[in-house]
Design a protein around this ligand. Structure first.
Ligand code: BES
Ligand code: MN
Ligand code: MN
Length: 462
C-alpha cells in the first residue's frame, strides 16, 4: 500500500468539499416532510460510488427509503468486503441550540479537534463516516491497489429502525455474500487512543400511555379525588429502578451475560478520566447501577431510560388542570443474550401489572434489536488492528460501545458473517445532539486507515 498519505494530502480539500455538499441535504428519515431530500441523498450516494470506481451501482427500492447498492468485483476467488452505512440523519431539533444551521456545514476548531471539525447534522453519524469508505475506494481504484472485492450497502432508514433493510437482507443473501462486513458508525476513545468497537447493545423501545378520567379536569374540583395520570406515570417510572439503580422488572436480568473478573479487569485497563468526563458534561458526579464502573454501566450493563415524557399543560403561565392522559417514551439498552422481543413483553406485563386502580395503561412496542459482540481472534479483527497500528502507530484497544446498530446481529444471522466496527468519531462529537461535528483529522485518518484494512484482510487470508 503506497502513497495513501500523498493522495490524501493532494485531495483533502476536495474530500472535505464533497462531504460538505452531501451534508447540505437534510435527509431526515423520521420526518416525512423531508422525503424528497432523503431520496435526493440516495442519488448523491449512488453518484459518488459510481465516481469512486464501482462497476455497478443501483438504487434498490424498498417499502420505505431505498438502499444504495454498489460493487466492484475484481476476482471471484478473492475475498469480499461488504461496507454498510447509512445516509439518513436524526432530526436536528432543538434548532435554537445550534451555533450554525444544521444543514449549512461550517468548519470550526474545538479543544479536541484543533485541526477543525465539520459541524452539521450527520457529519459524524453517519454521512462523514460512510463517505470515508467512498473516498477510500476512490483511492484504491485510482491507484490500482484494490486488493479484493468490495460491495456497498448504504441505507436510508437506520435512524428509524432499519425496517426495510431487514427484508432486503433476507431476500438478497447471494447478492450480499461477503467475507466480512465493515462499518464506520461508532466511535473511538480519543485521537491518540485508537480503539475498535467490539460490541453494541441491543434495544427495546416502547411508548406508554396512562389514561385516567375521560377528560381534563379542574385540579381544584377533582384534585385528590381521582388518580392523576401524570402523578401515576411518574411514580410507576420511578419504581422501575431500586435504590441501587437496578431495574426492577422481574426476569429483566435473567439472561444478562456476566463478565468474568478477568474480562472486567481487562476492560478497566482502557484509559478513562472520570474528572474530564464529569467536566465535559458539567455534572458534579456520575450516576448509575451500584457495583459497576462508568465504562461498564454504559456498555456491558443493560439500562432503562425515559427519552421523553409529556401530558397536561406545558404552555406559558399556569393552568390548573388534571390531564386525562400522560405519556412517556422509554428505551432499554440490552446486552448479549437478552432477547429484545422477550424484554419488551416483560416490560409490558410488568408495567400493566404495577398500574394502580383508577388508571388504564397501554404499552406500545416500537422498534428494537439484538446486541452484538465481535470476536477478536479472527483474521478480520487482526487485519483491522494492524491497519490502526500502521496509521496511528498504536495498537487499538478493543472496546464495547453502549450504542446500538440493531441490524448487525441480523447480518450475522442472515449473511453468516462477522462485522468489524471501525469507528472514527468521538463521544464528544455530539451525535443526535445540537452541534454534531466530525473532526477533519478523524475524517482523513479514516480514509487513510480503511485501505490498510483491505490490504491486511486480503493478504492475511490463508
Ligand atoms: N451510529 C449510531 C449508533 C452508535 C453510535 C453506536 C456511537 C455506537 C457508538 C446509530 O446511528 C444510532 O443512532 N443507533 C440508534 C438505534 C437505532 C435503532 C435508532 C441508537 O443507538 O440509539
Ligand atoms: Mn449511525
Ligand atoms: Mn444515529
Amino acid at each position: 500500500m503506497q502513497d495513501t498519505h500523498n493522495y490524501i494530502e493532494k485531495n483533502k480539500q476536495r474530500f472535505i468539499d464533497e462531504l460538505i455538499e452531501l451534508l447540505k441535504i437534510p435527509s431526515i428519515s423520521a420526518d416525512s416532510a423531508y422525503k424528497e431530500d432523503v431520496l435526493k441523498t440516495a442519488e448523491a450516494v449512488r453518484d459518488s460510488l459510481q465516481k469512486a470506481g464501482c462497476d455497478t451501482v443501483e438504487i434498490c427500492e424498498t417499502p420505505g427509503y431505498p438502499i444504495v447498492f454498489g460493487e466492484k468485483i475484481i476476482d471471484s476467488n478473492l475475498p469480499t468486503v461488504l461496507v454498510y452505512g447509512h445516509y439518513d440523519v436524526q432530526p436536528p431539533d432543538p434548532l435554537d441550540l445550534w451555533n450554525s444551521p444544521p444543514f449549512e456545514p461550517v468548519i470550526q476548531k474545538t479543544e479536541l479537534h484543533p485541526e477543525g471539525a465539520i459541524f452539521a447534522r450527520g457529519a459524524c453519524d453517519d454521512k462523514g463516516q460512510m463517505y470515508m469508505h467512498v473516498k477510500a475506494l476512490e483511492y484504491m481504484t485510482q491507484t490500482n491497489q484494490l486488493p479484493c472485492n468490495v460491495k456497498f450497502m448504504i441505507e436510508g432508514e437506520e435512524e428509524v429502525g432499519s425496517e426495510s433493510l431487514e427484508g432486503f437482507v433476507t431476500k438478497n443473501q447471494e447478492k450480499l455474500a461477503n467475507d466480512v462486513i465493515l462499518i464506520s458508525d461508532t466511535g473511538m476513545i480519543a485521537n491518540d487512543i485508537p480503539s475498535i468497537t467490539t460490541g453494541l447493545r441491543g434495544l427495546s423501545y416502547v411508548e406508554v400511555e396512562v389514561t385516567g378520567p375521560n377528560r381534563d379536569l379542574h385540579s381544584g374540583l377533582y384534585g385528590g379525588a381521582v388518580a392523576n395520570p401524570i402523578n401515576v406515570l411518574a411514580k410507576m417510572i420511578a419504581s422501575l429502578h431500586d435504590e441501587n439503580n437496578h431495574i426492577t422488572i422481574p426476569g429483566f436480568y435473567d439472561k444478562v451475560e456476566e463478565l468474568s473478573s478477568e474480562e472486567r479487569a481487562k476492560m478497566a485497563e482502557a484509559p478513562f478520566n472520570k474528572e474530564a468526563y464529569k467536566k465535559a458534561l458539567d455534572i458534579d458526579d456520575v450516576y448509575g447501577e451500584k457495583g459497576y464502573t462508568t465504562n461498564e454501566r454504559n456498555s456491558i450493563r443493560p439500562t432503562l431510560d425515559v427519552n421523553g415524557i409529556w401530558g397536561g399543560y406545558t404552555g406559558e403561565g399556569a393552568k390548573t388542570v388534571i390531564a386525562s392522559k400522560a405519556y412517556a417514551k422509554i428505551s432499554m439498552r440490552l446486552v448479549p443474550h437478552q432477547d429484545w422481543k422477550e424484554i419488551t413483553l416483560l416490560f409490558k406485563s410488568h408495567f400493566e401489572r404495577i398500574a394502580p386502580e383508577g388508571v388504564r395503561v397501554e404499552v406500545q412496542p416500537h422498534h428494537g434489536g439484538q446486541g452484538y459482540v465481535t470476536p477478536i481472534d479472527t483474521v478480520a479483527y487482526q487485519a483491522a488492528s494492524k491497519a490502526y497500528e500502521k496509521t496511528f502507530g498504536k495498537t487499538p484497544i478493543p472496546q464495547r460501545s453502549g450504542g446500538s446498530i440493531p441490524i448487525v446481529s441480523l447480518f450475522e444471522k442472515e449473511l453468516k458473517s462477522k462485522t468489524i466496527l471501525m469507528g472514527f468519531g468521538l463521544d464528544s462529537d455530539a451525535i443526535h445532539s445540537p452541534n454534531e461535528h466530525f473532526g477533519v483529522w478523524n475524517y482523513l485518518k479514516g480514509i487513510e486507515t480503511i485501505p490498510q484494512f483491505y490490504h491486511y484482510f486480503a493478504t492475511m487470508q490463508e
